[in-house]
Design a protein around this ligand. Structure first.
Ligand code: FAD
Length: 458
């Protein structure tokens, strides 16, 4: 990658303009005229994984939509490239500059603007931290329809821009459904006010959807309206062992039938992953035997006894039918956490045992596990099974093999995290040339000078 000469260099004159506009000292981190600011700028230049690093020398922290609008208009007029940044927890290198793009950090726009306790409709600024918003909602008996491991740092605006999936997707669907309205600023400073608070609104193109998941390439999200569900009073969890992937699919079908609206999570773990968790944590498995597959089911409802009974009946039924071999139900809060740890502990366990390759992909259910079998066979064939010191060779064996495999089955090479810089060159495995062409046309329409988040996927 080379720096695009179309973009201007940030000068003292530009910095003076931004200082005048934003007023307060803390809103501008200036490494252009002040060489001592390098350390302060560093966290905005490197991503959460410490894998991607930019060379920006100016960070701007606006406190209002009006300020965002004036910043973008000025940058657009002066051809200054800008990277919108939320909590900087993205996993594809999309939230940090590549060269010297200005970072537009949204942390100061963190107000909860309005919450309607009857409808559950929340209006919030883009820089609000997910966990803070969720805690506010908890105090009102509601829940944010998204939860993920980075909740203590990530912003609502970042969640929308990446269309984050997370732990509550099975129950509450994606942000494309739960977002009722958005306010965003286009690169030329135009404020797109679509802060709609209605569940039904069929008036022409649903333009807000374009900002959801577009990773800061066509506008900066400044506010959002979210439909928040009632918080469930009761959580029940079961873990069970199965003999095959086919049985896991049958169990999923049965779980939907038995548990319908209270089913809030259905997680599949294979025997290999659970053996690793056992090895690293030295904990005893909650089931007596060892199985090729395990499933964890969570229900969220209004009455723990009722939900527990339903879960018990489900488990008895699937065991009787021979779908499930063995299972256990959590009896209290501690056991709920303990059962979840067999799922949540996988990432950490992998990290203890050498290099990790992660792909964040989506595959039609029927073929999902086949990817594991085929990848294992390929690595074995290449003589690399169990070899952790051969990174460059492992990578060659896996890529583009994994993407080709996904493409053949109409899967997605990016399920949740987006494309950013990491998957920029792989978009063609999941999108046709006609669709990529349309994306480019939209980019040109919204951002004709291409100042927003350049060098990334579009
Ligand atoms: P950033 O990382 O700052 O930015 C992400 C992208 O959005 C960038 O392209 C940036 O330019 C753009 N952007 C940010 N704010 C705005 C804005 N206001 N307007 C326009 N563009 C903007 N993701 C999942 O989907 N599911 C998970 O379960 C999940 N778990 C995670 C667990 C951990 C421990 C970590 C570190 C990450 C996880 N992620 C997960 C990745 C996920 O994408 C992010 O955590 C989150 O959605 C990004 O929010 P953020 O505020 O940090 O955005």
């Amino acid at each position: 990658l080379k720096r695009d000469p179309r973009y201007g260099q940030v000068t003292k004159e530009h910095v003076d303009f931004f200082k005048g506009l934003l007023g307060t000292e803390s809103a501008v981190i200036d490494g252009v005229t002040n060489e001592n600011a390098t350390d302060d700028i560093e966290p905005f230049n490197s991503d959460w994984m410490r894998k991607y690093r930019g060379h920006c020398r100016l960070v701007l922290k606006p406190s209002s939509t009006e300020e965002v609008s004036k910043i973008l208009k000025y940058c657009n007029d002066n051809k200054l490239a800008v990277v919108p940044q939320g909590g900087n927890t993205g996993l594809v290198g999309g939230s940090v500059p590549v060269f010297d793009e200005i970072v537009l950090n949204m942390a100061r726009m963190n107000n909860i603007i309005e919450f309607d306790e009857v409808s559950g409709i929340l209006t919030v600024e883009a820089g609000a931290i997910l966990e803070v918003v969720d805690q506010f909602l908890a105090s009102k008996g509601y829940i944010f329809p998204l939860d993920l491991g980075a909740k203590g740092s990530c912003h609502i605006g970042g969640n929308l821009s990446t269309n984050a999936g997370g732990l509550r997707l099975l129950r509450y669907g994606s942000l494309h459904g739960t977002t009722l309205g958005i306010e965003a600023v286009l690169p030329d400073g135009t404020v797109v006010d679509d802060l709609c608070k209605l569940r039904k609104n069929n008036t022409g193109y649903d333009i807000k959807q374009l900002f959801i998941g577009s990773e800061g390439t066509i506008g900066v999200i400044t506010k959002a309206v979210i439909q928040c569900p009632q918080r469930s009073k009761a959580q029940n969890v079961a873990l069970f062992g199965l003999e095959s992937y086919e049985a896991a699919q049958q169990a999923f079908r049965e779980a939907k039938g038995h548990l319908s609206e209270i089913l809030s999570a259905f997680e599949l773990m294979d025997g290999g992953s659970q053996a690793l968790v056992r090895q690293v944590t030295k904990k005893n498995s909650p089931l007596e035997g060892e199985y090729p597959f395990y499933c964890l089911i969570e229900t969220s409802g209004s009455n723990s006894d009722h939900d527990g009974e339903k879960l018990q009946t489900f488990l008895e039924d699937v065991m009787e039918k021979g779908i499930v071999v063995d299972g256990t139900l959590a009896q209290d809060e501690t056991q709920v956490k303990a059962l979840w740890s067999w799922r949540e502990g996988i990432t950490e366990a992998l990290g203890h045992l050498g290099g990790v390759y992660k792909y964040d992909v989506s595959i039609p259910l029927a073929e999902m596990y086949q990817l594991v079998e085929d990848t294992k066979a390929r690595v074995e064939e290449a003589g690399l099974l169990g070899d952790t010191d051969e990174h460059p060779r492992v990578e060659k064996v896996l890529e583009p093999f994994v993407y080709e495999w996904i493409s053949k089955r109409q899967g997605s090479i990016s399920a949740e995290h987006g494309l950013g810089l990491a998957k920029k060159k792989y978009i063609g495995y999941s999108r046709t040339p006609a669709m990529v062409g349309l994306m480019k046309q939209l980019k040109d329409l919204y951002d004709p000078n291409a100042i927003l988040n350049p060098y990334k996927y579009i």
